[in-house]
Design a protein around this ligand. Structure first.
Ligand SMILES: CC(=O)N[C@H]1[C@@H](OP(=O)(O)OP(=O)(O)OC[C@H]2O[C@@H](n3ccc(=O)[nH]c3=O)[C@H](O)[C@@H]2O)O[C@H](CO)[C@@H](O)[C@@H]1O
Ligand SMILES: C=C(OP(=O)(O)O)C(=O)O
Length: 423
């Protein structure tokens, strides 16, 4: 089992290059199933979740070509869906990565049937898929849940107006992908507005889909008979960007994140400014300068985009742990996303949890200790805390981290952190 060892106390300075977004590339890889020809995807991050998705597409029969380093940004993956011969996504793969459920809409729309294992819950919450199912049913699919599988059929999906009961990123993605090949017009109301939805829509449009309004809560899709191959570069990862900026802020340093998209990070940048950081923004660059200051505690309530992202909650919890003052964090998206609290307590943090609310009283110093990663962003928060703790912090179970951060140790080392992976 691999571990990460961090020696705390070094301010971070310098430049970091941001990778393509995990939460954009996974739906985009699934969307390639809709095409009648090869789809080339650029700026693909090297992540375990990407490997799992590629494995799933391979199991369905798609041809996969990986072009390492042939593109100036990230690597490229070409998916040729013309050889797909199976419409069944097995439990073995879906259970390791819930984004696999995003093959449901594309397979159903393209082949008229699909069987996808129910993803089940995960450490951060129960994560149901009823909204995905209801949205596809609105397009005319017949769906039963049987033997742990979602079994869907439709001779051809039919465009419809559908209002999502609540904002769901995954359900919006699944239904949006399915609607591209449905007959006639679909109107998706109360749609999620995340930048990853916009990126998915851009990729679908490059394949010939007719979509308007992605990024707003009302998406219009004119169904087409077929989608062709195309090419698309994945949007930079706003959560990776935010994680590095928080690391800079906690350490009192100055860092510049390159190849990012500041316009996807408004809520996070606002909170960093409130914490006392000077933030400079360019078209594809963000510079954070803390000038050696200790951050001020910030209050946070997670919400669908453009609200504060749940995927940045754990990292800001780490910031509040060493901030001046008291920060109150409300988690409204996932019922169990405070798994990092007990580990942060082991480092000397002062946190009290009551239901969905955590009250964090900043302490001047944390002290290094062995801790255990429980999920992806919890792992990131423990690294951030370790970077400013006295002495050594050892983080166990870091396989969670490899799902969503490309070369995090190398990137942090280049900024001056003392961090290494041991096997
Ligand atoms: C709105 C939101 O912030 N979504 C986050 C969610 O996306 P992800 O797509 O995983 O989750 P959803 O956006 O679908 O979930 C939002 C909420 O809706 C509920 N729900 C969802 C689907 C469904 O069929 N039924 C149902 O009740 C969920 O339990 C949750 O409380 O996790 C991702 C990974 O952390 C984040 O990148 C997304 O920003
Ligand atoms: C929890 C996350 O991802 P997933 O939905 O893939 O588990 C995340 O990106 O923070």
């Amino acid at each position: 089992m691999q571990k990460i060892i961090v020696q705390g106390g070094r301010p971070l300075h310098g430049d970091v290059h941001i990778s393509g977004a995990k939460n954009a590339v996974l739906p985009i890889l699934c969307a390639t199933l809709l095409a009648d020809g090869p789809v080339e995807i650029g700026n693909v991050p090297h992540l375990h979740d990407v490997v799992t998705t590629v494995k799933l597409l391979g199991e369905l029969g798609a041809g996969i070509t990986v072009d390492e380093g042939t593109l100036c940004r990230g690597s490229g993956i070409t998916v040729d869906p013309t050889t797909v011969h199976s419409q069944v996504a097995s439990y073995e793969l879906v259970k390791t990565m819930r984004a696999s459920v995003l093959v449901l809409g594309p397979l159903l729309a393209k082949y008229g049937h699909a069987e996808v294992s129910l993803p089940g819950g995960c450490a951060i919450g129960s994560r149901p898929v009823d909204l995905h199912i209801k949205g596809l049913q609105a397009l005319g699919a017949e769906i039963v849940v049987e033997g742990g599988f979602i079994k869907a059929r439709a001779s051809r999906l039919k465009g419809a107006r559908h209002v999502f009961d609540m904002v769901s990123v995954g359900a919006t993605e699944n239904v949006l992908m399915a609607a591209t090949l449905a007959e006639g017009e679909s109107v998706l109301e109360n749609a999620a507005m995340e930048p990853e939805i916009v990126d998915l829509a851009e990729c679908l449009k490059a394949m010939g889909a007719r979509i308007e309004g992605a990024g707003s809560n009302r998406i219009l899709v004119q169904g087409v008979d077929r989608l062709q191959g195309g090419r698309h570069d994945v949007v930079p990862d706003r959560i990776e960007t935010g994680t590095f900026l928080v690391a800079g802020a906690m350490s009192g340093g100055r860092i510049t994140a390159h190849r990012t998209r500041p316009d996807t990070l408004d809520a996070v940048l606002d909170k960093l400014r409130q914490a006392g950081a000077d933030i400079g923004v360019d078209a594809d660059r963000i510079t954070l300068d803390m000038g050696g200051r200790r951050p001020a505690a910030v209050n946070i309530t997670t919400a669908p985009h453009p609200g504060f992202p749940t995927d940045m909650q754990a990292q800001f919890m780490a910031l509040n742990c060493i901030a001046e003052g008291v920060g109150v964090i409300n988690e409204t998206i996932f019922e169990n996303r405070f798994m990092h609290v007990n580990e942060l307590l082991r480092l000397g943090a002062d946190i009290r949890v009551d239901g969905h609310t955590a009250v964090v009283r900043g302490v001047p110093r944390l002290s290094g200790a062995p801790v255990m990663a429980t999920d992806l962003r919890a792992s990131a928060s423990l690294i951030l805390a370790g970077l400013v703790a006295d002495g050594e912090t050892t983080i166990d179970r870091i396989y969670h981290l490899d799902r969503g951060y490309e070369n995090i140790e190398e990137k942090l080392s280049a900024l001056g952190a003392s961090i290494r992976r041991v096997r």
